[in-house]
Write a new protein. Structure first.
Lengths: 200, 252
């Protein structure tokens, strides 16, 4: 339980002193969010895994250069996003839509508990697929803004610093991105009720 | 900070949507959407998109990345680095020099300097020059000739002796290879069968899940139908009661 009370800043300070275990604690704490960001940015599981691994490797090598002006997590997100950008540039690819094939509906049901019916889970999976397809169509800046805000809970200010743009631009990107996703979902045959989840 | 909100102020609308907004502005937006249907619909639709976004979940692989201290991997051989690159530079230099010297002697490299300048020649067919500076070279080349001739004879002898000594060996080697190929084919077939069985099981499970989902849907449909039928019966009963009551009422 003691490990839970240690802040990222303390673990970073210990890592700077050469404590590898502390850095491994940081990895355990942040590997899932970084992987999720890479997966939603690139759309491929293997590439996301590689980017995630490379992110922590770079962070470990550069830990003594971390000044602590931003949060450690923001620093990691920035490294991961740069790696994703490099990967896309190198591969000259756009994000692909790949839903995890190994996810079984029964496994999903077990994960969500008995409160959600199979029908609901199947419906949510379809919506997830449609969302992934819609997000893949967005320009990179809009997609990144939505990912950081929606799934990682960054503030507008943090996203602005990460994207190197004014606060108002971040809000505009979010609005435009959400509007495009909405239109795409509607174009895909989803009603407003489906999108809101009223059916479930 | 403005506490007045107008339609099409999308930045403030987004701030309101994510509840990342000044309290005064938040109140202004809330007041506005209470009276403006278009903005209310916009907020509801974008809120719906936010809800839909939660359905997009990444897979959950077993990551467990770990940084290992250098001291812990000191006895681990890195497979990516070729063995020759791990040799010290000085040893590589000595080896290269030796190789060059041996190569030069085998190729019978001769360097000569006379009134026409420097001359470099190689090969055994060219007669050795008579210059004093390289007087020892022909003697050395004779030694190499003898050695090469002996090696050639030895090789010829070996080649001539091989068929007699190893006539049974290829048969045994072939039998072993065939056995290994058979084993590989069997293993592959077994694996394919297992995969097929796995796929069939998954397929059966998918069908079962779909059937259960359909059953739930059918049950819901029947439930709705029953509800509707019950309501209809109640209405009819009410109407009949009303008619009875009306029939029993004394005429005025």
């Amino acid at each position: 339980m003691q490990a839970l009370t240690i802040t990222d800043e303390e673990l970073v300070a210990r890592s700077m002193d050469g404590d590898v275990d502390s850095f491994n604690q940081l990895i355990r704490r942040w590997e899932r969010p970084i992987y999720a960001l890479a997966y939603r940015t690139l759309g491929r599981e293997d590439d996301a895994r590689d980017v995630c691994q490379e992110t922590f490797l770079r962070a470990y090598r550069a830990i003594n250069g971390f000044k602590g002006q931003a949060k450690f997590s923001s620093w990691l997100y920035r490294i991961a996003l740069n790696l994703c950008r490099d990967w896309m540039r190198r591969q000259r690819r756009t994000p692909v839509v790949q839903m995890p094939e190994d996810v079984d509906i029964s496994e999903l049901a077990a994960a969500h508990g008995p409160s959600e019916s199979i029908e609901t889970l199947v419906g949510r999976r379809e919506i997830g697929r449609a969302v992934a397809a819609a997000m893949a169509k967005l320009p990179e800046e809009q997609r990144t803004a939505i990912l950081l805000k929606e799934y990682h809970g960054l503030t507008f200010q943090e996203i602005a610093e990460m994207q190197g743009c004014p606060l108002s631009t971040v809000k505009t990107r979010l609005y435009q991105g959400l509007s495009v996703v909405r239109r795409q979902l509607e174009k895909g045959g989803m009603s407003a009720a489906d999108i809101r989840g009223d059916a479930s | 900070m403005s506490t007045h909100y107008t339609c099409d102020d999308t930045e403030t609308l987004v701030a309101y949507l994510y509840d990342d907004i000044e309290p005064g502005q938040k109140d202004a937006v809330a007041r506005h959407i209470a009276t403006c249907g278009r903005c209310r619909d916009e907020v509801a639709a974008l809120g719906g998109v936010r809800h839909a976004l939660t359905a997009w979940t990444p897979p959950t692989p077993d990551l467990r990345f770990t940084v290992v201290p250098e001291s812990a991997v000191s006895n681990v051989v890195t497979p990516d680095v070729p063995a020759w690159r791990r040799v010290p530079v000085w040893a590589q230099f000595v080896a290269a020099t030796l190789a060059l010297a041996v190569g030069a002697s085998v190729a019978n490299v001769q360097v000569r300097h006379d009134e026409r300048g420097w001359t470099v020649s190689t090969g055994w067919m060219t007669p050795a020059p008579a210059a004093a500076a390289v007087a020892a070279a022909p003697a050395a080349s004779d030694d190499w000739k003898v050695a090469l001739t002996a090696m050639e004879q030895s090789l010829r002898h070996d080649i001539a002796a091989r068929p007699a000594a190893g006539s049974a060996a290829p048969v045994a080697a072939d039998a072993e290879t065939i056995a290994r190929v058979r084993a590989l084919i069997e293993a592959s077939e077994k694996r394919q069968q297992q995969e097929l069985a796995l796929r069939l099981t998954q397929f059966g499970r998918d069908i079962d899940l779909q059937r259960r989902a359909d059953l739930v849907r059918v049950e819901q449909g029947i439930g709705q139908l029953e509800g509707r039928t019950g309501a209809e019966v109640a209405r009819q009963r009410e109407a009949i009661n009303y008619l009875i009551r009306a029939g029993l009422r004394p005429p005025q």
